[in-house]
Design a binder for this molecule. Structure first.
Ligand code: CS2
Ligand code: MG
Length: 400
């Protein structure tokens, strides 16, 4: 089966998405997501200008060789742009292979290890009480696991709380936000005290620090919130320096999650082999497609680490479809994140996966079960957008 055409579709149904559609001489096509929030056009160009010309005429069934060709064959390898572009090719080719086999994608990976996936969503409030009310509403809808973020009093904007939250802002420059670690560290335990008093301990609660602390601060926080028995504390420290997690680990048994920004197994090898984390958050988008995340998952499995694919709304419904087929198979599955796509995006990307009672279901259609309505996509042209940046009150740049 020969690849006859590959096109890059950039659209903005509620937010920007980059999609690769690969067509074959047998009439079967597959689609993959290449969205890197705030850097969309860089991946679109990487695909269009550098990968697509090498794809035409290739045998679509050679997923592994094509992956290696674009990974090893690039002298300048790795990095979010490269790996997202490779991921889009990889996911589209798995989609084609599964459609050609007339099987849902999880069957090609080794078949189902489970019927449905435990999933968490986000409760974000301007106040502790409002966050609690949102948790109550999700609990009522059947959710078993909820990530809780609340505005930190004294900071004008808090990550994850504003309506647009982690969505990129449609502006010509990144918005500057203010960060203050001591204020945050005094506040967070109060939020968790309130939620445990109100909901007890059965409900899984998660919290995302979003890379803001030093290892010493994170170790103190992880120790202090042991009493709240979190499902996890996420991205406590920026993880370029993987060994910094040793300090947190030595001081606390709070489960740790990390890896949404990683794009290769080498970004998490030490964290996994030293058992410094409990959940690995790499997705089939930012970490090189199904072909690469399954390698990460297999390594993690050796060390009792479970998967937890990043599921923010800034990855298209295609990535959610691919992630759910991966989740359906992966033996060491932990949890899946889901943050609700804008309605316009649901129309552009018709999909079979669905939510019921706090669980996601992959669907049974051949392929990954997600399509793109190109006519609908044309109605939503790309808009320039950036993620926020953060500074301390004296102007120092900080991790956002
Ligand atoms: C987040 C994301 O979902 C998460 O855990 O950390 O919202 C993240 O901020 C965005 O994906 C950035 O694009
Ligand atoms: Mg996160």
């Amino acid at each position: 089966m020969k690849i006859t055409n590959a096109k890059v579709i950039v659209c903005s149904p509620g937010r920007n998405f980059v999609t690769l559609k690969i067509e074959t001489d047998e009439g079967i096509y597959g689609i993959g997501d290449a969205t890197v929030n705030g850097r969309e056009l860089a991946v679109a160009s990487y695909l269009q200008d550098h990968l697509v010309p090498c794809l035409i005429g290739r045998d679509a069934s050679q997923i592994e060789d094509i992956w290696q060709y674009f990974y090893k064959g690039a002298y300048w390898r790795r990095g979010p742009i490269t790996m997202a572009a490779i991921a889009a090719v990889d996911v589209a080719l798995w989609d084609i292979k599964a459609k050609a086999a007339n099987m849902p994608l999880y069957q090609l990976l080794g078949g189902a290890s489970r019927t449905h996936m435990l999933t968490y969503t986000h409760a974000n409030g301007e106040t502790i009480e409002e966050t609690g009310d949102k948790v109550a509403a999700f609990k009522e809808q059947g959710w078993k696991a909820i990530r809780v973020q609340s505005a930190v009093p004294g900071l004008p904007v808090t990550y994850g709380v504003e309506k647009v939250g982690s969505l990129a802002q449609a502006e010509d420059k990144p918005r500057e936000t203010l960060w203050d670690t001591p204020t945050y560290l005094r506040f967070l335990p109060k939020l968790l005290d309130h939620l445990r008093d109100r909901f007890g301990y059965e409900l899984h609660l998660l919290h995302d620090v979003h890379h803001r602390l030093t290892p010493q601060e994170a170790a103190g926080l992880a120790k202090e919130v042991e009493r709240h028995r979190l499902f996890w504390l996420e991205d406590a420290v920026p993880a370029e320096n993987q060994e910094s997690f040793r300090l947190i680990r030595q001081h606390s048994t709070t489960p740790l999650a990390l890896g949404e920004v990683f794009n290769s197994i080498h970004d998490c090898r030490q964290l996994i082999q030293e058992q410094l984390i409990d959940y690995i958050r790499t997705t089939p988008l930012h970490a090189g497609g199904i072909t690469h995340v399954r390698r990460i998952a297999d390594l993690a499995g050796l060390y009792h680490i479970r998967t937890a694919c990043h599921g923010a709304a800034d990855m298209s419904p295609i990535t959610m479809g691919a992630a759910l087929h991966f989740d359906r198979w992966v033996p060491n599955f932990g949890i899946q994140e889901y943050a609700f796509h804008p309605d316009e995006a649901k129309n552009v990307f018709p999909h079979e996966w669905h939510l019921r009672d706090g669980y996601l279901y992959s669907g049974e259609k051949p392929g990954h079960g997600v399509d793109i309505d190109e006519k609908a996509a044309e109605k939503y042209p790309y808009r320039q957008a950036y993620l926020d940046v953060a500074r301390l009150s004296d102007g120092t740049m900080w991790s956002w």
